[in-house]
Design a protein around this ligand. Structure first.
Ligand SMILES: *[C@@H]1O[C@H](CO)[C@@H](O)[C@H](O)[C@H]1NC(C)=O
Ligand SMILES: *[C@@H]1O[C@H](CO)[C@@H](O)[C@H](O)[C@H]1NC(C)=O
Ligand SMILES: *[C@@H]1O[C@H](CO)[C@@H](O)[C@H](O)[C@H]1NC(C)=O
Ligand SMILES: *[C@@H]1O[C@H](CO)[C@@H](O)[C@H](O)[C@H]1NC(C)=O
Ligand SMILES: *[C@@H]1O[C@H](CO)[C@@H](O)[C@H](O)[C@H]1NC(C)=O
Ligand SMILES: *[C@@H]1O[C@H](CO)[C@@H](O)[C@H](O)[C@H]1NC(C)=O
Ligand SMILES: *[C@@H]1O[C@H](CO)[C@@H](O)[C@H](O)[C@H]1NC(C)=O
Length: 778
């Protein structure tokens, strides 16, 4: 121990030996992990607990995994582990972890392990839209780039989710440019565009992920080239035109239409037609021109007896364009006189009068009557578990015909269960096997009766067989071992869990009552709801687990049937115990420190215990204040171990008494609990024992605990799929198993010493039953 002589040798020795007896049941820090790729085939071996723990093994968390009860081997189930489904919320950097709990060994210890699911490239990238539309003006300069908003998504992570884009079918008109950030996709124009040459470009934007077996997706990229006014109207090739009209044509008759076109679109392509100012007065009087449609109509009725030729010059003008022109020559023919004659003829017919005759008809018997059942359906009830071959009932149908036309035979519908038979001649129905009501409580059969005529006629009837219940099923529990968790300190009659049990029988034969049998455990069954409830307060520090049996009885007659099931209730820890300081043994204990002590030496140590488990029992030490307050203390306390070390070489000014006010708190949720202790250190050459008449007094605030500091970080080591298991403190576990006997002995021996657990205990008295973990380092 060097300079760090303990406060009290005897006490320290006892504590040291006790520390070795700590029985660690739960490994709160350090963990068992299996790393597996997602989407494994059902039945793949993931790993085993068989090398670490004794059988049997009961996996409590059945999702995605099942465990061989005898070997501890863990296999995948039919339920596929899809990383993207299991961990949809996890960001790309986080691991996808499924925690599992398993009860192992004959004593039923609760162990936890983690399955880490690794990504495989099972998701192709996806575009939100299958078509991406972009509008680009035809006068866009070469080299201009356009941002494409439609980026693809890939649900996989890392390389499997990293995306690369390329363009297909652009034929050099466009290229892709990926922005500096690696995300923004730009479409770059490579050649001059002309909407009048090509208005639409259809390409494929292809995205590929960077997985080992890359997956890809594509979206149609459709670029529409929009118009600018870079064209003027022109008349089509069939102009100029020549039209001939009759000399007696009426007003408003369409003479012809002139059509000019402008390859631009929209307003850029608007065309206005007009007559040239140079046309003759006669033409202006005879014809009208529609400005928008280009229709040329007669402005008045024509009454022309002579041939005539009128020339029209038509202009087509567009915005910012010189007008295009064309010529229409209209030839007017002289008015002609013509009459049309229509001749209508009618056709005549003749009437046939029939002659009268007598016809003799000979009537023979034919099969015109089908067999007839006397009832619309037959109905009967039989008890289940009947003798094989039991007759059920006889059906019978009559046929009004005679001879072979009335000879009736019976048959069952083809798809009828093979256990039913019918005698084809007598119609006797029978069943060849015992019936089971729990399998099927009603059988509906269709029986056909057919005569032997040619062709035969048939009719059918339904037979309904109801199966009556017998008490032939005992209650069945959903599982052979119910495991429940309940926090300690819940009020009496709190719900523990549902004991799910079924009896497929009917009525009283299937109604179940549950009872806790031959157990003193504080539980009772609420038969109205089939649940287990507590009868008194539970204290984890007294009993962290209860074993009981529940008996299910049906109300069947003449004999009730029963089943029994094992129930284990684990009592979960609540932070209901504050840490207890064992060393120093009192606030007025004192320790002498030599002025020559080297910096870094452990000069004293605080031992504390917490009877809770897990985080609730993790203890942390910190100095709140120190005396003398004027100068900074040369002593420091280690947060976890409680070691008090000399942080710097002692100076003459440091001689004398140092009082450190130390807060000792657990890491419990929701509120940490704490206690305080004074550590008194006397720096003096003479290494005699030092004494304090009374404890120093704390004058600061009583609210000492700030927000809980962060939970301890467990160093996690990952082991590859289907390999062995990493476990911290394995040797501690093995040691604890062999030492359990000794601690149990000590516990029993000292049980009488331990009265009210929340009551006051003498400061020098060491609780001999240390549950779970002792948080000092050794
Ligand atoms: C009636 O049917 C049986 C069997 O098909 C046949 O042997 C017999 O000749 C038939 N009788 C008549 C009168 O058709
Ligand atoms: C037998 O077939 C008929 C129709 O062909 C169907 O309505 C009936 O449900 C079937 N019965 C069984 C027991 O499958
Ligand atoms: C229960 O089973 C017995 C025979 O085991 C039977 O007699 C009785 O009718 C059944 N009760 C009901 C409600 O089906
Ligand atoms: C409690 O009852 C079960 C089932 O009847 C039995 O197996 C077990 O031995 C009994 N335990 C005690 C302590 O009597
Ligand atoms: C605490 O001090 C003991 C010696 O008293 C030493 O063995 C142990 O390693 C120290 N722990 C820490 C965390 O410094
Ligand atoms: C050191 O101890 C001696 C003897 O007990 C005592 O006389 C002396 O005053 C102490 N020195 C200091 C600085 O307390
Ligand atoms: C030391 O004194 C504080 C009050 O100042 C008290 O809360 C604490 O329980 C005492 N510790 C011991 C070990 O006596």
């Amino acid at each position: 121990m060097g300079h760090g002589t303990p406060f009290n040798m005897n006490l320290a020795g006892l504590v040291q030996s006790l520390l070795l007896l700590v029985h660690i049941k739960q490994l709160t820090c350090g963990s068992i992990q299996f790393v597996v790729p997602e989407e494994l085939e059902p039945g793949t071996l993931v790993g085993t607990l068989g090398k670490l723990f004794q059988p049997p093994y009961k996996l409590l968390t059945q999702e995605y995994m099942w465990m061989d009860t005898n070997t501890g081997n863990i296999y995948t189930t039919e339920q596929k582990m899809d990383r993207e489904f299991v961990c949809p919320e996890e960001t790309k950097a986080e691991e996808c972890i499924i925690p599992h709990s398993v009860v192992v060994g004959p004593s039923g210890d609760l162990i936890q392990f983690h399955v880490i699911i690794e990504d495989i490239n099972d998701n192709a990238p996806q575009f939100e839209n299958s078509e991406i539309h972009l509008r680009v003006s035809e006068d866009t300069a070469v080299g201009t780039s356009f941002l494409l908003d439609d980026q693809a998504q890939d649900r996989d992570i890392q390389q499997n989710g990293k995306l690369q884009y390329h363009l297909q079918g652009s034929e050099g008109t466009f290229t892709l440019n990926i922005g500096q950030d690696g995300f923004s996709i730009m479409l770059v124009v490579q050649t001059a565009l002309d909407r009048e040459t090509q208005e639409l470009y259809k390409m494929q934007l292809v995205v590929t992920d960077c997985g080992a077996h890359p997956l890809s997706a594509s979206a149609a990229l459709i670029v529409t080239v929009t118009d600018v006014d870079d064209n003027c109207p022109s008349f089509s090739s069939d102009s100029p035109q020549t039209v001939t009209i009759q000399g007696d044509s009426p007003q408003n008759m369409v003479v012809t239409q002139v059509t000019a076109t402008d390859p631009d679109t929209g307003p850029n392509a608007a065309i206005i037609y007009s007559l040239s100012p140079k046309v003759s007065e006669r033409a202006k009087k005879l014809f009208s021109l529609d400005r928008r449609t280009g229709y040329i109509r007669l402005a008045q009725d024509l009454h022309s007896d002579k041939s005539e030729e009128v020339v029209l010059k038509v202009l087509a003008s567009g915005p910012h364009c010189p007008p295009a022109n064309t010529q229409v020559t209209v030839s007017v023919l002289p008015k002609a006189n013509q009459e049309l004659m229509i001749k209508v003829r009618s056709v005549e017919g003749s009437v046939i009068i029939p002659s009268r005759q007598v016809i003799k008809v000979l009537v023979a018997d034919v099969n015109d009557n089908a067999p007839l059942f006397p009832v619309s359906h037959y109905q009967l009830s039989v008890e289940e578990n009947n003798q094989p071959g039991m007759p059920l009932l006889q059906v019978s149908a009559s046929d009004a015909d005679s001879g072979n036309n009335s000879r009736v035979t019976y048959r069952l519908e083809k798809n009828t269960s093979a256990i039913f038979h019918i005698d084809s001649v007598t119609g006797q129905l029978s069943v060849s096997a015992p019936l089971d009501r729990e399998q099927q409580d009603v059988h509906k059969l269709t029986v056909f009766a057919g005569d032997s005529g040619s062709p035969p006629l048939e009719s059918q009837v339904t037979v309904i067989i109801r199966i009556l219940d017998q008490n032939d099923n005992a209650p069945v529990f959903l599982t052979s071992h119910f495991i429940f968790f309940i926090p300690e300190n819940v009020s009496p009659l709190s719900l523990v869990g549902s004991i799910e049990v079924k009896d497929p029988d009917e009525g009283e034969n299937g109604s179940i009552e549950l009872h806790v049998v031959n157990s003193t455990a504080p539980f009772v069954v609420d038969n109205a709801r089939g649940t287990l409830r507590t009868t008194s307060n539970l204290d984890r520090e007294t009993e962290d687990r209860h074993e009981l049996h529940v008996l299910a009885t049906d109300n069947g007659h003449p004999v009730a049937l029963t089943s029994i099931v094992r129930v284990t209730v684990f009592v979960e820890d609540m932070n209901d115990n504050q840490p207890k300081v064992i060393l120093p043994s009192s606030n007025s204990s004192c320790q002498t420190v030599s002025p020559g002590t080297l910096a870094g030496t452990v000069v004293a140590k605080i031992y504390a215990i917490d009877e809770d488990s897990g985080l609730n029992s993790e203890i942390m030490f910190s100095i709140v204040a120190s005396e003398p307050a004027q100068k900074s203390s040369p002593f420091q306390v280690d947060l976890r171990s409680g070691n008090i070390t000399l942080s710097q070489q002692l100076l003459p000014i440091d001689m004398g008494m140092h009082n450190l006010f130390v807060i000792v708190r657990d890491n419990g949720k929701p509120t940490p609990l704490y206690t305080t202790v004074w550590v008194n250190l006397l720096v003096n050459e003479s290494l005699e024992n030092c004494y304090l008449d009374r404890a120093p007094a704390w004058t600061g605030t009583s609210d000492l605990v700030q927000s809980p500091s962060k939970a301890p970080i467990c160093k996690v080591e990952i082991i590859k799929y289907a390999q062995a298991i990493f476990i911290t403190g394995l040797c501690m576990l093995l040691a604890s198993a062999s030492l359990l006997l000794v601690s149990t002995y000590l516990f029993l021996k000292n049980r009488s010493l331990r009265n009210n657990k929340n009551g006051h205990r003498g400061e020098n008295m060491i609780p001999l039953r240390l549950k779970e973990k002792y948080l000092s380092e050794e």
